[in-house]
Write a protein that binds this ligand. Structure first.
Ligand code: FAD
Length: 549
């Protein structure tokens, strides 16, 4: 095979991914030294296009990065005014009082924000400081120095044909070389997976864990809207079938941000996370808010849930992993944006100091030390047993034990449980179809609930059809020969965008991949029981365009 020749550009720091982590790193680097050359590459057609979050934002990261963000007009204005937890039964439910919850669970002082809007605003701040921000640029490969350290990335390769060969409009992209490469791809990043495996970053750490989060934005009747109200839902519809829960955030402009997170360690392969979300909206307490309203946006994204014990080593020769690429979501608080920002700041501090000292391509030990002992550690450590406790003891008892554990951790810095392990991977947790009952989901009514493909059209997802399928099967026979008989091929259900179908052909069932629908949530890469699907990055500018998610 002939080597593709590419132009190379030398900069000080290359950053992959314009989420809160990557943007914070870029801004901090230029705040420290305006002369540093910093390039930020983003696969979405614009910054914010692929950003999906709840979001209740803990402003600690923003405070640390841009202390006068309010004066500068950051789009973070809706303060949380009410905070409630509801345990739902099928038709009713009750409020769990706030008083037994440890203070870390309180949303007082937090904001309801669109992270799409906030990342666009952060990109403006970054550009004003001189960061070169390039949206529409997928980073598809890593480039290494002769000593094996990471030297840069290949970005902006366009125009391959479906068989992977260069087409008439082929552009090879370019290599961006940096003294350090910061990988801020969010959860289950494709380059992050490469460095994690090459440098054995997970060695000695617990398994990573994940959920799939689905979200809709609704314009609702102003009479039903209570700006600033935050509601978290537990119990129905997931019940004992899966862990997770719903959220309803009353944002500005009479909008609701509403969603469901389903933890991917569920066993019943017949479970259909998307349909669980749709039926959640028919619960009387939810339907009462939505009736007469209009769904205006839809999206889905995996969310990391492994926490403290699952964090891989965050550094490798020549760079570091940031934000959700290290899995910095606080499971109990369902928040990761603040830690993403704090990790970006810490990585930038370490990289700027190393460059000032004349270093390049080595280990940013100061960053790893800060993550394991600084503000992020203080946030994640006290909640480290919440996920294993709920997995082991179920929602109700697990919740009580978790509350007790968070209190002892918060008050005395210790846990009676030590640091618990997560057990099996999410893929391996999937049980055999014959051992679990099928679940009968009601048909969407087109008013409160919608079929998957109609909803995907509300994510503005688009992929150039002539490019290669970016969802690779290690063995093309596994879906039909193994996954279908053993697990009723769960890809048909766990994908929130209807990418995977089993269709009847003349020669029997056939596995079809509609990669054009992919919303880049990466659930397939995580949950396939045979670990046969690898999510790779498609060409830049493709995928969803989430607007104000
Ligand atoms: C449904 C849901 C609800 C949530 N609710 C909340 C909440 O209420 N509060 C909260 O604080 N957190 C919440 N989170 C978690 C929060 O969204 C994440 O912790 C946060 O987004 C992590 O930021 P990040 O910068 O690490 O990654 P991301 O925000 O995922 O950003 C990564 C960026 O990198 C880009 N990228 C990835 N790979 C490449 C590549 N190879 N080349 C170029 N670009 C690339 C992506 O397009 C994306 O723009 C929620 C998450 C979900 C899914």
């Amino acid at each position: 095979m002939t080597e593709i020749e590419r132009e190379a550009m030398e900069v000080d720091v290359v950053i992959v991914g314009a989420g809160p982590a990557g943007l914070s790193a870029a801004i901090r680097l230029k705040q420290i030294d305006a002369d540093l050359n910093v390039v930020l590459l983003e696969k979405g057609s614009e910054v914010g296009a692929h950003i999906l979050s709840g979001a209740v934002l803990d402003p600690v990261g923003l405070d640390a990065l841009i202390p006068d963000w309010k004066d500068k007009g950051a789009p973070v204005t809706t303060k949380v005014t009410a905070d409630e937890f509801l345990m739902l039964s099928k038709t009713g439910g009750w409020r769990i009082p706030n008083w037994p919850m440890p203070p870390l669970m309180s949303n007082h002082g937090k904001y309801i924000a669109s992270m799409g809007q906030l990342t666009r605003w952060l990109a403006e701040q970054a550009e004003a400081l001189g960061v070169e921000v390039y949206p529409g640029m997928s980073c598809s490969q890593l480039v290494y120095r002769e000593d094996g350290s990471v030297k840069g990335v290949v970005a902006g390769e366009f125009g391959k044909l479906a068989d992977g060969t260069p087409g008439p409009a082929y552009e090879p992209g370019m290599e961006l070389h940096g003294k350090y490469v910061l990988i801020a791809e969010g959860v289950r990043g494709s380059l992050a997976k490469c460095v994690t495996s090459r440098f054995e970053l997970c060695k000695g750490r617990d398994l990573p864990k994940f959920g799939i989060g689905m979200k809709e934005i609704w314009d609702i009747d102003p009479a039903r809207h209570e700006e600033g109200k935050v509601t978290h839902l537990m119990g129905w519809p997931l019940g004992n079938n899966a862990h997770g829960g719903g959220f309803i955030y009353h944002a500005e402009n009479n909008q609701l941000f509403l969603g469901l997170v389903v933890h991917l360690n569920y066993k019943n392969p017949h479970l259909y996370p998307y349909m669980e979300f749709q039926r959640m909206k028919h619960h009387p307490k939810v339907a009462a808010l939505l009736e007469g309203g209009k769904r205006v946006g839809y999206g889905a994204r995996a969310i990391s849930a492994g926490g403290w014990q699952s964090m891989p080593r965050s550094i490798f020769p020549g760079g570091a992993l940031l934000g959700d690429s290290v899995g910095l979501v606080n499971y109990a608080r369902i928040k990761g944006n603040h830690n993403a920002m704090l990790s970006g700041i810490a990585a930038a501090d370490a990289a700027a100091a190393a460059i000032k000292a004349g270093r390049a391509g080595d280990l940013l030990e100061a960053y790893e030390a800060e993550l394991r002992s600084g503000a992020v550690a203080k946030d994640l450590k006290p909640v480290r047993n919440v996920k294993p406790l709920t997995t082991r003891f179920g929602a109700k008892l697990g919740l009580m034990l978790s509350g007790f554990d968070m209190w002892t951790n918060s008050l005395f810095g210790l846990s009676l449980f030590g640091t618990m392990k997560h057990g099996t991977s999410d893929a391996a947790a999937t049980g055999h179809a014959r051992d679990y009952p099928k679940i009968d989901y009601p048909k969407p009514d087109g008013k409160l609930s919608f079929d998957r493909l109609t909803n995907v059209s509300f994510s503005a997802t688009n992929h150039e059809e002539s490019q290669p399928n970016h969802l690779h099967l290690k063995d093309p026979d596994i879906p039909i020969q193994l996954n279908l008989p053993e697990y009723d091929e769960p890809a048909q259900r766990y994908c929130p965008a209807g990418v995977y179908e089993v269709v009847e052909g003349a020669d029997g069932p056939k596995f079809q991949i509609n990669f054009q629908n992919c919303v880049h949530c990466k659930t397939c890469d995580i949950k396939d029981p045979s670990q046969n699907i690898t999510w790779t990055v498609p060409q830049g500018g493709d995928g969803p365009n989430y607007g104000n998610m």
